[in-house]
Design a protein around this ligand. Structure first.
Ligand code: GLN
Length: 307
């Protein structure tokens, strides 16, 4: 469909000159990426992939990993057991806030670090390595190719991640995490350091749009009921403290990461991925937000849109 390709090219050229925001620089490896990289992918639930710009460049998945590990934790433990540990309420706080809900004493949701680290602690496995392999294999099934971890980014995350360690120990002290918090946080650093391309994220989004079945490989990555639960939480919490504006102006479940990517899903229809490393004050990709708004407007993707 050339019309989709033409539209993607238009949206790309509409925002390519926007150089506002700044790349994440809490570790040197993230600051070293090409700040001008810009890729957009639309992948349909029946397996067509449309792409423009830097869609084959690898970058680390970072927080876009959170919904996928949450889905794995749900599959391993069931909704009730996970719900007893992680709430599903928007936090209105920055993603790395060292906080629990004062009433429930649980992380407010699985899209902030406290909730994401708790999700990791709930992933089953015979050993540390086995747990990580299950996480990586799951992401690979969504992407339809074998993903690998970026060693350098992982080592840097692990060397500097004191705030996430503090969150891990806080969770342990409240018995939300009931295993060694340093091991759990190490797995979290590893999952954030998995390399993906914009195309991979587009296919991962399309797998969610297709009820958990990768539309290209036909392999099932998650059960339909879990996908619905994960997309619900992405709708209210995926864009951190920018979530309200996102729902108003884009109207799609989504997840962003400080690596510079955003993934969005229109259930039953398509997935969108944008990669552009400069971030706004919430830690969301500037051109990613703009491109998603524009795609939503042009394609009438807002889930409350009445045709
Ligand atoms: N590794 C980062 C962190 O935990 C990921 C955060 C993000 O992408 N928002 O701080």
């Amino acid at each position: 469909m050339n019309v989709v390709n033409d539209m993607l090219r238009e949206v790309h050229s509409q925002f390519v000159a926007d150089t506002s925001g700044g790349v994440a620089d809490y570790i040197p490896e993230l600051a070293a990426v090409d700040p001008d990289a810009f890729g957009i992918v639309v992948a349909t639930a029946d397996g067509y992939v449309y792409e423009v710009g830097d869609t084959g460049t690898e970058f680390t998945i970072q927080s876009v990993s959170k919904p996928f590990t949450y889905a794995l934790a749900l599959a391993d433990n069931g909704e009730d057991a996970v719900g007893a540990k992680i709430d599903v309420e928007p936090s209105g706080e920055p993603f790395n806030e060292i906080s629990l809900d004062p009433v429930t004493e649980r992380p407010r949701n699985p899209m902030i670090n406290a909730g994401a680290i708790t999700s990791v602690s709930l992933v089953h496995g015979r050993s540390h390595q086995d747990k990580f392999d299950r996480i990586r294999d799951t992401y690979s099934r969504y992407a339809g190719r074998e993903l690998t971890m970026n060693e350098q980014v992982y080592r840097s995350e692990a060397r500097t991640g004191h705030r996430n360690r503090a969150i891990g120990h806080m969770l342990r002290s409240f018995d939300i995490v009931d295993t060694d918090p340093d091991d759990v946080v190490d797995l979290y650093f590893r999952q954030c350091s998995i390399d993906v391309t914009c195309r991979d994220l587009g296919v991962m989004a399309a797998t969610m749009a297709n009820n958990g079945v990768n539309p290209i490989t036909r392999s099932r990555a998650a059960a339909p009921a879990l996908v619905e639960r994960v997309l619900s939480v992405m709708t209210t919490c995926g864009m951190y403290d920018g979530a309200g504006d996102w729902v108003a102006r884009v109207g799609l479940p989504a997840k962003s990461g400080v690596g510079g990517s955003i993934l969005a899903v229109l259930p039953g229809q398509l997935g969108i991925a944008v990669y552009s490393p400069r971030l706004d004050q919430h830690g969301n990709s500037v051109r990613g937000v703009l491109a998603c708004r524009e795609l939503s407007r042009r394609l009438e993707l807002h889930f409350l849109h009445v045709g």
